[in-house]
Design a protein around this ligand. Structure first.
Ligand code: 4AD
Length: 457
């Protein structure tokens, strides 16, 4: 169907006086005696195109209802305030799909909860239209950043036999149901599709390390799955994960890359989507654009876990979760550190080894590992990473301490046998980045179809 994107038309006065066709959905429709005004949106831009229909050409003209899909052919004219409009006659408005009166998005100002109940339609509101565009622009900016810096994009398996984070949050992948006929789990799994236990990957990191040990710098960009029973505004059971892995890199290098990557992609977002960002600033977080500009023009903060614990203990705040050295930082702690102490993005490093994963490089103090989390105001953690343990014996010892089955990780251990190098990487939660850059406060509102505990559609 030959037509012009509304975005192209709105940004280009060269079309003035020319005949043009646009397609889209009716956002508003007003009728007066001699003319009708129809605002049409096709998803390419936040702004609608106004269509002015000269009704005198057809007395029977019926205004299309909100939600109707239309194809409009008419002449491009200059509207008021330097805008672009289309002038047409009733026969220039072809109805492609009618929209009856029970269309749920007739009224403006529907609540986010209400919109969440219709994931298949909510994309037609300004808010979700803008979110999906920002999501797309951020995705390409991330690819561009890594491609420009010589990283190789790799696709790691989604079905895996090993639990990367070791937190027992893996969804099982099975084609047979468990039954009492099996003597034990081992017998059950041996009868299953893969002949052993398999699950959906919680992270592509372990395979990412395999690729980095050949290609030097790699990144993944794909879904990760976590069967966490966390019904919070920032947890999904299926989220999109960006995981760079870098050979010949130590923790400070990993931190530098994470900061540079975030600043670069946020710059690109602000430059590419000014209308969408202004919209979020006006409707979701006052001062959002200024906050992001501020973020990218200053160094991120840095603090060790031990120092962060001291700051929290001396804060005088009444936290729900008690703070002591060795505890996992909760969202309330993360937000206090980034919002009250640093008032900006802050890297927290060197966590106690007991609360972090087996693969992290053990620090000389014997108590902490070379881990890093990036905390941002409003959201909390958006990045988790580390330098990896590159020493075979130390890695085996850490795995044994956690009673891990070494046979399942033989490929991973081989990397430490054959030309092991210092290396590290991080994981960025894509939806958390979108929350942070749009001011959307619930992760369910930045992904097309959220999957959360007890909810799938
Ligand atoms: O801190 P995490 O668990 O780290 C890893 O998975 C490492 N393997 C990453 C690496 O070093 N390559 O997860 C990384 C990020 C978190 O900071 C968070 O942004 C996001 O993934 N994330 C989630 N996002 C949405 N819903 C969930 N349930 C998430 N769990 C983690």
């Amino acid at each position: 169907m030959k037509h012009t994107d509304i975005k192209v038309l709105l940004n280009n006065h060269d079309f003035t006086g020319k005949e043009i066709t646009v397609c889209g959905w009716v956002r508003t429709s007003r009728n007066s005696k001699s003319v009708a005004f129809v605002e049409v949106n096709d998803g390419t831009s936040l702004k609608n195109i106004q269509v002015v229909v000269e009704k005198s050409a057809d007395a029977d003209y019926k205004e299309p209802r909100v939600g109707t899909a239309v194809k409009v052919t008419g002449t491009v004219v200059e509207g008021r305030n330097n805008t672009v409009e289309i002038n047409t006659v009733p026969s220039g408005v072809e109805i492609l799909g009618v929209c009856p009166s029970d269309y749920p998005l007739q009224k403006k100002g529907c609540s986010m909860e209400y919109l969440r109940s219709m994931p298949h339609l909510r994309g037609r509101t300004n808010t979700f239209n803008a979110v999906w565009r920002v999501r797309s622009v951020l995705a390409q900016a991330i690819h561009k950043y890594f491609q420009n810096n010589n990283y190789v994009y790799v696709n790691t398996p989604l079905i895996t036999g090993s639990d990367c984070e070791g937190a027992g949050e893996m969804f099982n992948v099975t084609t047979i149901g468990y039954s009492d006929e099996y003597k034990n789990e081992e017998e059950y799994y041996s009868n299953d599709f893969f002949g052993r236990r398999a699950g959906l990957s919680v992270s592509g990191q372990l395979e990412g390390e395999v690729a980095a040990m050949a290609m030097g710098k790699i990144y993944t960009f794909g879904p990760s799955f976590r069967a966490e029973n966390s019904n919070t505004p920032k947890h999904l059971a299926e989220f999109w994960h960006i995981e760079p892995e870098i050979a010949f890199a130590e923790l400070p290098d990993v931190i530098e890359i994470a900061e540079d990557m975030l600043k670069t992609v946020i710059r690109e977002l602000l430059d590419t989507c000014p209308d969408d960002m202004k919209f979020f600033d006006a409707h979701f977080e006052k001062g959002l654009v200024a906050r992001l500009e501020e973020l990218i023009s200053h160094d991120f903060g840095k603090v060790t876990y031990t120092e962060a614990i001291r700051l929290l203990q001396e804060s005088g705040e009444n936290f729900v979760y008690p703070v002591e050295w060795g505890c996992d930082l909760q969202t309330e702690h993360e937000r206090y550190i980034s919002e009250k102490v640093f008032r900006k993005a802050v890297f927290v490093t060197d966590y106690p080894k007991e609360i972090k994963s087996f693969y992290m490089k053990q620090n000389p103090d014997g108590k902490t590992v070379a881990a890093v989390d990036l905390l941002v105001p409003g959201v909390g953690e958006i990045i988790g990473g580390s330098e990896r343990e590159a020493d075979y014996d130390k890695l085996v010892a850490a795995m044994n301490e956690r009673n891990m089955n070494l046979d399942l990780y033989s490929d991973y251990l081989d990397l430490r046998k054959f030309g092991s190098v210092p290396h590290g990487g991080f994981g960025l939660g894509f939806e958390r980045l979108i929350m942070y850059t749009t001011g959307m406060s619930n992760i369910r509102d930045v992904i097309l179809y959220p999957r959360t505990v007890g909810s799938i559609r």
